[in-house]
Design a binder for this molecule. Structure first.
Ligand code: DHB
Length: 519
């Protein structure tokens, strides 16, 4: 791919032009190109408000989109809420991605806020392929398509952000199922992060033209979208994306963001198989009711122990546990997350309901208004693992993540040495392809945090996970939280008791936190 001349520069803040953003291939945000809309939108506590806002329909955020149906964004700016004027000209910008399952998302046809659609067709249906159960089907045509909220356990963060007075930007993104006319996969890794970065660069290049404060971009996302949000936060201004961003024709501007919200991030993929077996390895599988191969489980678990020890992570906020290893991790999770989460849940119940819950869940002892239980008790309570084994790099290449690491006309590839060695599809090499190590860096926030200690990362982190979410190990989110905490960043990490995948139980608290950290 030859060099591409950008037609919009970061310094181009002239403001007199009203050119479209894509008609001439430029990345100039036309602030006059909006429609005014009024909608009733419920806030985080469920109260409806009449919101009048400017809606800027889809516009490309790169000059050379390989697919402008996905590489475009919409912007919503509150003007009045319940008749009261809102000045959002310098408000924080909530960048709400709609990514799920590493599949494509689009805002091309959106006519208002919170209409981003996740495209779940053509996912393939291997046994390891994620069917995000927390994602209610929605939108038209059933399927898995739904708004930004649909990927977030019925919570539409884009709408909630708008009614909270923020500028809301919803980007579409390429995803793993996309192929061009020659059958080439063009939405696999690292397309999703390249696109999110390009969207951020577009906003920053349009500083002064685009409504809101581009120095206060807060990213949100759930599951694969949570992973992408965390990666966006961790990798700000990293040079390793430069060739991809140049090829797409991204604006020449910073892609650093201010704060990161990540719900149940499905990240650190190359280590997630080991973590999964360490966490859920003894539980029967949801689909078959059968326990997985315990020899494989043991091998993967020992990989996790080695990996975890190598991270040198200390428990959050000066925890008494010191370095967290496979040995003390269960106790750390119990003390810092699981018991407090159960305690909060039970304390909020009326006494009679609490008693009923405790009678049905005898693994919990209610002592001095606190829930006490063991790791084994907790595991038995969760009861089932969602995924087969290995959970992410399937021996038969059937996992969604195998597709995420597809390349060229090859739909699915191995990305761990262990699964490549144990491949059952008749691969000749039994090794990962030579480009895989670089792709893993491009996709893993832990690389940017632990190896690079990236100074341009976001410094504020909101991380959430349901305690019954077996889409990945609990350690994935907890390690992410420790990584940023140990670097000195501010992190708010908590678990929702008895909640499954892609749930969001405290969006009101999230927006309170956003106001605090951006204030
Ligand atoms: C998602 C769920 C998964 O189990 C997975 O492996 C990847 C992504 C999701 O819900 O986005």
């Amino acid at each position: 791919v030859g060099g591409i001349t950008l037609t919009a520069q970061a310094e181009n803040t002239g403001g007199t032009d009203s050119a479209g953003t894509s008609a001439d291939g430029s990345l100039v945000f036309d602030r006059d190109d909006f429609t005014k809309k009024t909608e009733s939108i419920a806030d985080a506590s469920g109260t409806e408000h009449s919101v009048t806002y400017r809606f800027y329909k889809a516009r490309d955020y790169v000059t050379h989109p390989s697919d402008s149906g996905h590489q475009s964004l919409v912007v919503s700016v509150p003007v009045t809420i319940d008749g009261k004027a809102v000045d959002a000209s310098n408000a924080p910008i909530v960048l709400a991605n709609a990514v799920g399952a590493y599949m494509p998302s689009t805002v091309a046809d959106a006519t208002g806020v919170g209409q981003a659609k996740l495209e779940m067709t053509g996912m393939g249906g291997g046994t390891g392929d994620p069917m995000p159960s927390g994602m209610p089907s929605g939108g038209t045509g059933g399927g898995m398509a739904g708004g930004t909220g649909a990927v977030n356990g019925m919570v539409n963060l884009a709408k909630l952000a708008l009614v909270a007075g923020y500028v809301v930007v919803e980007p579409g993104t390429r995803g793993r199922s996309l192929t061009d006319s020659s059958g080439t996969y063009y939405g696999t890794a690292p397309a999703v992060i390249v696109d999110l970065k390009a969207a951020v660069r577009y906003l920053r290049a349009n500083k002064g033209r685009v409504p809101g404060n581009v120095e206060r971009i807060v990213s949100t996302g759930t599951s694969a979208g949570g992973a992408s949000s965390a990666l966006l936060g961790a990798s700000g201004d990293s040079e390793i994306y430069e060739p991809y961003l140049r090829q797409a024709g991204a604006a020449d501007a910073s892609d650093a963001i201010f704060a990161t919200g990540a719900w149940c991030p499905i990240t650190d993929l190359e280590h997630a198989d080991g973590a999964y077996e360490w966490n859920w390895g003894t539980l029967p599988t949801q689909s078959t009711g059968k326990t997985v191969d315990q020899n494989v489980s043991k091998e993967l678990r020992s990989q996790f122990a080695e990996y975890q020890a190598s991270l040198n992570l200390r428990g959050l906020k000066g925890s008494r546990f010191g370095k967290i290893t496979a040995r003390n991790y269960a106790d750390y999770l119990l003390e810092h997350y699981l018991r407090p989460s159960a305690t909060k849940y039970l304390a909020a119940l009326p006494a009679s309901e609490r008693e009923t819950y405790l009678a049905e869940n005898t693994f919990i002892t209610w002592q001095n208004d606190r829930a006490v239980f063991t790791w084994e008790g907790y595991l038995a309570h969760v009861a089932r693992r969602k995924k087969t084994q290995p959970a992410f790099d399937a021996f038969d290449l059937s996992a969604g993540e195998n597709n995420e690491f597809g390349e060229g006309t090859t739909k699915a590839r191995h990305f761990t040495a262990y699964s490549a060695r144990n491949d059952t599809t008749g691969l000749s090499g039994k090794r990962v392809d030579s480009d895989i190590p670089e792709k893993l860096k491009l996709m893993n926030p832990m690389f940017h945090l632990l190896e690079e200690r990236n100074p341009h990362r976001s410094r504020h982190w909101w991380i959430r996970l349901g305690t019954s979410d077996t889409d990945t190990a609990l350690t994935v989110a907890a390690n992410l939280a420790m990584a940023v905490d140990n670097l000195g960043d501010e992190v708010d990490h908590a678990y929702y008791w008895d909640k499954g995948h892609a749930t969001n139980e405290d969006p009101g608290d999230f927006f309170k936190w956003v106001a605090e950290v951006t204030g």
